[in-house]
Design a protein around this ligand. Sequence first.
Ligand code: F6R
Length: 241
Amino acid sequence: MRIIKVKNYDEMSLNAARIICGHIALKPNCVLGLATGSTPIGTYANLVKWYKEGGVDFSETRTVNLDEYFGISPDNENSYSYFMYNHLLNHVNIKAENINIPNGMSHDTETECERYDRVLDQLGSIDLQLLGIGHNGHVGFNEPSDIFVKKTHAIELSKSTIKANSRLFNHIDEVPTRAFTMGMQSIMKSKEILLIASGQDKADIMYEALCGPITPQVPASALQLHQNVIVIGDEAALSKF
Ligand code: F6R
């Protein structure tokens, strides 16, 4: 695991975007695993800027997102689909058929999970998986649990995740309580993982996940077992290192 401590959010975003661009330059049809949330917004902004300047070409790139809320349509601005189009996909030359996001509107959860796992199988391994981390150590929406769940599954979000995500909704009651998420095995099968974190509020969990015991109670701790993880955190998020 390579841990890179940078000054602030902007430097984290710049370094993360450079790594993503490197993958696209070396393998134009690479499979990028993408995350939503506040942390990658700056990374995506850099990618959009460099695309507009002619520095990166997404025409062959394939993407697969980690997760989506249950029961929220893609045109709802709180959906992860809306987030991805708004922050990245609408602004670059990626082909629509190369974009993969779980369908939060599917009420047949089993069928949707099986469909998404087939998508992942057809893509082959993810070349670079971008991850943020939740305060309870979740990655994607793999919440603390007694076991590492391998495949795509529907999950009840924990109270702390609902509370953390409520900042983006008008009221906490509007936050969906369920979501689809890629499983830990699919994440761990990625050839390279890029974990990004910013802010003092992530300091404890970053230390616990990367230096504490490997346990499904802290899903991100599984990353300690991966051969090729790059962590980019700002001074606040990595203040315990
Ligand atoms: C979202 C995702 C989540 C977030 C995590 C951190 O697609 O995968 O695991 O990365 O909740 O969110 P932020 O970046 O908002 O702190």
